[in-house]
Design a protein. Sequence first.
Length: 461
Amino acid sequence: MAPSAAQRVVIENCAIATVDADDTEYASGYLVLAGNRIEAVGSGEAPGRLENVVRRIDGRGHLATPGLVNTHHHFYQWITRGLATDHNLFDWLVALYPVWARIDERMTYAAARGSLAMMARGGVTTAMDHHYVYPRGSGDLSGSIIRAAAETGVRFTLARGSMDRGAKDGGLPPDFAVETLQDALRATEETVERYHDASFDAMTQVAVAPCSPFSVSTELLREAAELARRLGVRLHTHGSETVEEEKFCHELFGMGPTDYFESTGWLGEDVWMAHCVHMNESDIRAFARTGTGVAHCPSSNARLAAGIARVPDMLRAGVPVGLGVDGTASNESGELHTELRNALLINRLGAHREAALNARQALRLGTYGGAQVLGRAAQIGSLEPGKLADVVLWKMDTLAHASITDPVTALVFGAPAPVTASFVNGRQIVADGRLLTADEDAIAVSTREEARRLARIAAQD
């Protein structure tokens, strides 16, 4: 808990959705942030005689929630948005890998800043980036991404990705954009040792993250799992995203993706996978039995015509599920709060129809569910005393939402709500919808310049 001498920020007179185990909500309540922790949350007026109160925020007309947690992204894709817009996954990858293979450190840094800025101003307090393209001679890509996250002020997990199956081995990426097995493992271990922080209030963590079954060898998958467990960090990859992937696994390995992952040590409480669209009953039971998590990316799944993930069935089976933006080359908006709405609406097109998800389940996916998937449910994802002070204050009294009585329904079903204040680790990083930690206009200029530079370089090949 925060020491008694900690500086306190009091947020009062707001509706609160705690997303705790009981889904406790207050129509009008308060939060006390002490240092980087939540000290108190409750109904009515804030406690009197609090010491060291440096700021009081009148939250009238607002909803306070835990900060949103993004569980799957590819930051570098910010500078290749709007391309291959009518492709399925494999055709999209074939079209874009030759471009992505030309990224360098300057591009990656600019793209990370753009991705992070867009998410942060929309209520994300914990982000992750699955970066797996490391072209030869491209510079310190991992370091540039982590630097961008630190400058933006968000809590961050870098999923250090890798690919060792290039075109000559039947993979999709160009050969000069993949690593050897040993180089990938060595670089991943070095990244963990340099950047991973295992402490309660860590701002930077690292996961081991080979890209996908069709871009890495079986040896890399197996040895990456062994490496992660030796280092005590989490594992992440893409899984069961498309019917083409399922066919690929059956043809190459003689089994479906989930069975293949299990055979290589890739199911467990320390694992989460992106997409998981094409999961049968056996697959869902295996994920539930092992505690394997899922990053649900509804907008990207729709953009690439991958299908509708069986999220209601996963949740009922006990599978941990969070939300992901996915890369902005397959979700051009790059905003996680829109995924709350899209998760609810798209899943209602599935077998469970109107009973698939409700507003509070969608909010839980984007907060506590994401914290579970990243292995940080003890620290973030709900508004409870002792947890880290990652809090978002949404403005709900504007034209867009004021006539919707229930603020959680307004947040999920309604238009994107303005963020009046966003706190990460007790530090405010957004005020009135604008970043306090970076110049959004300067970021826009740099990302446009780097997108044009990448396009010029790729056109020369």
